[in-house]
Structure formats: structure tokens, C-alpha cells
Design a protein around this ligand. Structure first.
Ligand code: ZN
Length: 302
């Protein structure tokens, strides 16, 4: 199931959900994000533990596809979360019900997972969120490996990049969507670009993105361009006096990339909510991001 990136770094870029990963050290394993699908989470835990005990589980962001699988990692090391992540862990917002999104994937993507999918109240009693919660950056030493947890907000407030200098690798979470659609939603695009600039200063060979294939630092330029294209296109729409709905109807980057694995049906939601969120920000609309009438039901975020 896992792809070997370096002798000690393993990731999984071909399943629905984020790219869950782990790093093996001389003193156990560090897991970075967990599979959203239950059977995949159980399988990845077993594979990680075959290399030694799990010492830490670090989440890069609070979106459901990066944290739901924590439920299946109870007792497997200390869960480490930035406070901005911890405070938003599986909380419901006007545009998303993260638990419903996790549940909705089961029949199509993991039917065998139904048997171990918890009831909502059971899940929320202990979703296995952070025990070690911090602000700013945090450095953890495990065996001979260093884990620099860099606060890189933008896509989400509690966003982390995990830099492992000994492996010349950085895990970026959804600060990088590699060759797939970028989900903006409630993100802060300007902060996001600063996050890319910070990651670009690292001396690494491999960028493990939140979604899509493993990349190099060069791909950060492509991600920045995508963010600027979205923002500019909506800024131009606002300057032309287009309405919110007109902007949603006309500003699209559908042809640029596919949606990441298993979520092709979300294309219209991504385009719509990306445009709506930027339109609201650039016009100073008050209150939380709301769904346009053209979208029928609450939707999740990536
Ligand atoms: Zn994601």
C-alpha cells in the first residue's frame, strides 16, 4: 500500500483522502496524517507498527481527510496538533459536516469499512485529537531524526509543514495540491503564499503534498501561480461589477486539473465555493462563507 520515497519515508498518494505518511527512525515511527477510509487506516497502522512502535502522530491540518483516521490510531503514540488545528478538530461549519463526509465515502470507497465505522456520538466521545498541543513551531527529536513542525497557516489556520532534514523531505499538507484541484474554501490566500515562500527556503529533495503525486520544490511555483490566478480572476470579476452569482458562473478552472482520487463528483462544489469565498473576501462580505443557491446541500472541505 505505501510508496517508499526515501529509505525511511513512506507515503500513500493513490487512495481517496489525503496522502497519509510515516517516517521510520531508530527509535520507532512518526505518522503524519491518517487515512480517511477505515480499512486503510487500520492497514496503515499495522504497516507502520511493523517498523516499530508509533511514537507520535502529527496532523498537518484540521480537514476531515487528514484527521478522521486518527480514530483508528488510538493508543499509537502521542497525537501532536497545532492549537489552530486542535480548536477546529472535526467541528461542523455552515458549509460542511465533516463526520457526514467521512460517512458518505464508505459505501462507494470502503464498503468493508462499514463494520468498523463508529456511530456519531461514539466517535465524538474520543476522536483521538491532540494530546500535545502547541502554538508557533515545534521541534521533536525521535531516534536520529528531527521533525520540524513549521506553522504555515493559509490553507487552514493551524496548518503545519513537517520538515525532516535527515531525509531531505517536507510534508506540506494541503499547502500543496500536486496536479489536482486546489480547494480554497475558507483559506487565506495571502497567508498561503507566505507559507509557500517559507517552505521554499528548505533544503529538500522531496515535497510530499496533501494530495497528488510527490513533487519537488519547483512545484511550489505552480501552486503559487494557481492561487494568484484564482485571486486575480475573481478580483477582475469584482472590478467589472459582476454579481456573486455571475462570478461563480463565469470564473472556473475546471480544465486545469482533475479532482484528487475518488472526489471527481466534487468538481462543481470546488469551483463554486472557491469563487464564492474569494468574492466574499474581496467585496468585504460579512459573516461565514455560505452556499450559493445553485448548490443543493451542505458540502465538506478537502
Ligand atoms: Zn486534504
Amino acid at each position: 500500500m505505501m510508496e517508499k520515497v526515501t529509505p525511511n519515508v513512506f507515503t500513500s498518494t493513490k487512495i481517496r483522502g489525503c496522502n497519509p505518511s510515516f517516517v521510520t527512525t531508530g527509535d520507532g515511527v512518526v505518522v503524519i496524517d491518517t487515512p480517511q477510509l477505515p480499512t486503510r487506516a487500520v492497514a496503515m497502522r499495522a504497516e507502520a507498527e511493523s517498523h516499530g512502535p508509533i511514537r507520535y502522530l502529527v496532523n498537518t491540518e484540521h480537514h476531515v481527510d487528514h484527521i478522521f483516521g486518527n480514530y483508528y490510531f488510538k493508543g499509537a503514540g502521542t497525537v501532536v496538533n497545532h492549537k489552530g488545528l486542535y480548536d477546529n478538530f472535526m467541528t461542523t461549519a455552515p458549509i460542511l459536516d465533516p463526520f457526514a463526509y467521512a460517512e458518505e465515502a464508505i459505501p462507494t470507497d470502503d464498503p468493508e469499512g462499514a463494520a468498523i465505522f463508529p456511530d456519531r456520538d461514539v466517535y465524538y466521545r474520543d476522536p483521538n485529537k491532540g494530546k500535545l498541543v502547541f502554538t508557533g513551531d515545534l521541534k521533536i527529536r525521535v531516534g536520529d531524526h528531527t521533525f520540524e513542525l513549521l506553522h504555515t497557516p493559509g490553507h487552514t489556520p493551524g496548518q503545519l509543514a513537517v520538515h525532516v532534514p535527515e531525509e531531505r523531505v517536507v510534508f506540506t499538507g494541503d499547502t500543496v495540491f500536486s496536479e489536482c484541484q486546489t480547494w480554497l474554501m475558507t483559506s487565506d490566500v495571502d497567508e498561503w503564499i507566505k507559507a509557500l515562500d517559507r517552505i521554499a527556503t528548505l533544503d529538500v529533495d522531496h515535497v510530499i503534498p496533501g494530495h497528488g503525486p510527490v513533487a519537488t520544490l519547483k512545484y511550489l511555483d505552480t501552486q503559487r501561480a494557481m492561487l494568484l490566478e484564482w485571486k486575480t480572476a475573481v478580483a477582475v470579476a469584482v472590478a467589472k461589477g459582476w454579481s456573486r452569482q455571475e462570478t461563480i458562473d463565469r470564473v472556473k478552472f475546471t480544465e486545469r486539473y482533475p479532482v484528487d482520487i475518488g472526489q471527481g463528483y466534487m468538481m462543481e462544489y470546488i469551483q463554486t465555493l472557491n469563487a464564492a469565498a474569494l468574492y466574499d473576501k474581496l467585496t468585504g462580505a460579512p459573516g461565514p462563507l455560505t452556499l450559493p443557491d445553485s448548490l443543493p446541500k451542505p458540502v465538506p472541505i478537502a
